[in-house]
Design a binder for this molecule. Sequence first.
Ligand SMILES: [Cu+2]
Length: 160
Amino acid sequence: MKKIRKKVPLPSNSSLQEEKEFLNLQNDMKLNIPNKVTTSQQQTNTYTSESTELQQPQHITTDVKLTILEGSSIQGNPDYDPDELTVKKGDKITVNNVDTMPHTVTNGESGSDPNSGKLFDTSIINGGDSAEIDTSTVDAGAHPFYCMVHPYMTGTLTVE
Ligand SMILES: [Cu+2]
């Protein structure tokens, strides 16, 4: 019994050492050859995927800014900046009213347009406040918009 107990740990130790050496060999092999290749492939893939995402902006939701300029309430003044805004469907538009007067961004030609406010409508944005337009539910196309308070303030939102 004693002899067996002494003999049993010896081979198990040696086999453990062999396993460790074998693992070390495998690690060495991985480190020496395939890992270096993998590392450079990963770096290449990272750059490739980044440039791919940039080339396919429909997968990225962009935060687009629309500014209601100071003095917009006075007819003839510049109002929406930009007047013609183009976004990808799903983009979020942040409307900043930097004027001191309340304004809206409401789809339609005017208040008498039967579709007025049906595609998007910020409702009243007080001076200095902001609002958001979610374009994920807006059909592709060119949509005129106006301000319900000052209907001479007009612009066009194009959703691609
Ligand atoms: Cu207005």
